[in-house]
Write a protein that binds this ligand. Structure first.
Ligand SMILES: Nc1nc2c(ncn2[C@@H]2O[C@H](COP(=O)(O)OP(=O)(O)OP(=O)(O)O)[C@@H](O)[C@H]2O)c(=O)[nH]1
Ligand SMILES: [Mg+2]
Length: 315
């Protein structure tokens, strides 16, 4: 299971990581990729943290703070910045890398943008596999996604801990409640605390709007952060470290949550490829805790593709 955080950065071959992610993004089902993913699934190391919220709320600024704080502690960090609207382009890649800061020479930091538009199985499909691969190699894997509603649901299928960001004076809290996803975040953050009264108001709105506990039984933390000061992210760091401890405190707590994500991923992958009929033919798609779903999907695909048409797949 997940080991304790490293005190010194473990060197990771970034070029190899980039190659593996490119294969994963191409939906490669080569024996090599399947083996890589299965091995990664069975040797988890890091905490996967999802950061989500509306456009411009301050997610990347917050991620930048988390990168710095974790690197200062000697933890290595991978970031996946998901852009649900645009196709992959050099420009988008560069843009995100610049905005997230970080030293390209830093061997303990890996940053990758992923575009999810028109992908079979959507955002969650590809991001989940990438996160599985990265969490076997990095102490902290941060996934930034934009939006309200679908993005929380997607990120909850990927992350061990979901951080939802709210902008002061924006009506975000109201929109969030309307989306009916109040129990998904483990931490809710009001960004831009330097905005003063509206930030306090957003914080008290969150206290009113959110239930005391998230779906996994943990207490939902509510924070108000000003990220323009250098230690602005510290309360979130503490909160996430405490949560990581909580997730690992009881045997199987983390594994059960990850197993549920794996089952969900498998079901959605079958649905995306073979529709409802495919899903029906598979029956219950349960995995035993610790069982990786990748080879199982390949076996299912081999059987179903003989009798059912595959839906159009973007390579
Ligand atoms: N005043 C103030 N501005 C902030 C703070 N945090 C972020 N910002 C500003 O808010 C703007 C958007 O920040 P980003 O971090 O790019 O927001 P984002 O949520 O990642 O944006 P998208 O990825 O485009 O959805 C930038 O101009 C930041 O400088 C803060 O604590 N206070
Ligand atoms: Mg951003």
């Amino acid at each position: 299971m997940s080991d304790s955080p490293a005190t010194e950065t473990t060197a990771v071959d970034k070029a190899a990581v980039a190659r593996a992610l490119a294969a994963i993004e191409r939906h490669s089902e080569s024996a090599e990729t399947l083996c890589l993913l299965t091995q990664a699934y069975q040797a988890p190391r890091g905490h996967v943290i999802g950061v989500t919220g509306p456009p411009g709320v301050g997610k990347s600024t917050l991620v930048r703070g988390l990168i710095q704080a974790n690197r200062q502690q000697g933890l290595n960090v991978a970031v996946i910045a998901v852009d649900p609207s645009s196709r992959q382009s050099g420009g988008a890649l560069l843009g995100d890398r610049v905005r997230l800061g970080g030293d390209p020479e830093d061997e303990g930091l890996f940053v990758r943008s992923m575009a999810a538009r028109d992908r079979l199985g959507g955002l969650a499909d590809i991001t989940w596999s990438a996160a599985i691969y990265l969490r076997a190699r990095y102490d902290r894997v941060i996934v930034e996604t934009v939006g309200v509603g679908q993005s929380e649901t997607d990120v909850a299928g990927v992350a061990d801990s979901v951080v939802f960001c709210v902008q002061p004076g924006s009506g975000d809290v109201l929109q969030f409640m309307k989306a009916g996803i109040a129990e998904i975040p483990h931490v809710a953050v009001v960004t831009k605390a330097d905005m003063g009264t509206p930030a306090h108001k957003a914080e008290s709105d969150l206290h009113e709007a959110l239930p005391a506990k998230a779906r996994d039984g943990s207490e939902i933390e509510i924070l108000r952060l000003g990220l323009q000061v250098s230690d602005g992210v510290d309360p979130l760091m503490t909160c996430l470290e405490n949560r990581w401890g909580w997730l690992q405190a009881v045997p199987d707590r983390l594994m059960a949550a990850r197993n549920a994500q794996a089952e969900h991923w498998l079901q959605e992958a079958v649905r995306a490829r073979y529709g409802r009929e495919g899903l029906k033919r598979c029956g219950a798609l349960a995995l035993t805790p610790g069982e990786a779903p990748f080879e199982r999907l390949a076996r299912i695909s081999a059987v179903l593709s003989r009798s059912l048409p595959t839906r159009v797949c973007e390579a």
